[in-house]
Design a protein around this ligand. Structure first.
Ligand code: UT7
Length: 318
């Protein structure tokens, strides 16, 4: 299979909101949020759109590997929170970096970045696309009901990106999963003001059955990771780093325990950033990459889960 990651990047918004600040809006506490979710703070983008954040992260990734806009053959972005249906995040990124290539967005909620990687792999397998820019950008804060304590304390904004180069022997195995569902996680959008529509629209906000999602999340990380490792002919002992979607620190702890892996092998950035939806995996990967702990040849398992319901995992040889 098809690509190697040659650059990673991220964008962290301007405004850090700690748990105590949220007690102004909802009946919650720093202690509850830290204990039940493992979050101390999150960043809120008070001035940049989802598109702009995606462009900043893309530039960061390109700068890291010294790839210029005219080398990029395709841009794929993941978002479920953009302010625009058009331009897409990928379209805005293209204009912003000055590239001249086809682009499109993918929405598979929090699993979106991994769906982008798999899509990029398929394009690269055609032989026509040599360098692909993949971006995850989310301004989930605009989709929260700030009077609902079961959701508004969990999420944060941010963006991550990766530059992929066609090369065999790195994207070792992958799995995408979707179980169409309309009850467990729902994000209705504004339906506009057509005079012809009938019935009540739901308020545009995230609705989530937390405990059902929690169980799905733990099972997904465990089963998807084992499935892709098996497909790659590897075991959990061969893995140097697990980079899971950052939704709840306890989900990561449970998954580590069930896989029999020391927690130190799991990258966890949730305490400072919260759940940034499909940006969380590329942001965590970029932090791991820039920490100096990631070495060429390391085996890395990425996994994600969320609305859809969807989940995904892949094994990468760095
Ligand atoms: O990225 C998309 C995927 N999303 C996820 O993976 C999220 C998965 N789910 C979770 O992370 C957890 O289920 C939550 C963090 C959403 C909720 O934590 P929980 O431990 O499952 O709490 P719960 O829903 O069972 O609620 C327990 C209690 C309830 O009170 P009562 O009914 O026992 O009196 C809630 O009303 O905690 C209450 N509660 C809160 N209390 C203080 C819920 N939210 C809060 C809050 N502060 N923010």
């Amino acid at each position: 299979m098809s690509f190697k990651i040659i650059g990673t990047g991220k964008f962290i918004p301007d405004y850090s909101v700690d748990n105590n600040m949220l007690t102004q809006y909802v009946d919650t506490s720093d202690e509850w949020i830290k204990q039940r979710v493992g979050i101390a703070s999150r960043y809120i983008s008070t001035k940049y759109t989802t598109n702009e954040m995606g462009a900043f992260a893309a530039k960061d990734a390109m700068e890291q590997c010294g790839v210029s806009a005219d080398e990029i053959d395709l841009i794929i972005a993941s978002t479920c929170s953009s302010e625009f249906s058009c331009p897409t995040v990928a379209g805005f990124v293209q204009k912003s970096i000055g590239a001249n290539c086809p682009v499109f967005d993918i929405n598979s909620a929090c699993s979106g970045f991994l769906f982008c990687l798999e899509t990029a792999a398929m394009y690269m397998n055609s032989g026509k696309y040599k360098k692909v820019l993949v971006v995850g950008s989310e301004r989930i804060s605009r989709l929260l009901d700030w009077s609902d304590r079961s959701t508004c304390v969990i999420f944060g904004d941010g963006a991550g990106a990766a530059v992929l180069e066609a090369e065999n022997g790195h994207y070792l195995a992958s799995k995408l999963f979707t179980k169409g569902d309309t009850d467990i996680i729902l994000i209705p959008l504004d339906i506009g003001n057509s005079p012809f529509y009938r019935g009540e629209a739901k308020k545009p906000a995230i609705y989530m059955l937390g405990q059902e999602t929690f169980k799905f999340a733990v099972n997904s990380i465990v089963n998807d990771s084992l499935d892709v490792l098996k497909e790659a002919g590897l075991t959990v002992d061969d893995v140097d780093h697990f980079v899971p979607h950052q939704a709840n620190g306890r989900i990561i702890n449970f998954a580590a325990k069930r896989l029999g892996v020391p927690e130190e092998k799991f990258v966890s950035i949730i305490s400072e950033y919260g759940n940034t939806s499909s940006s969380s995996v590329p942001m965590a990967l970029d932090m791991l990459n820039r920490s100096g702990k990631l070495k060429r040849g390391d085996i890395v398992v990425l996994s994600a889960f969320g609305g859809g319901l969807s989940s995904a995992a892949c094994v990468i040889k760095w």
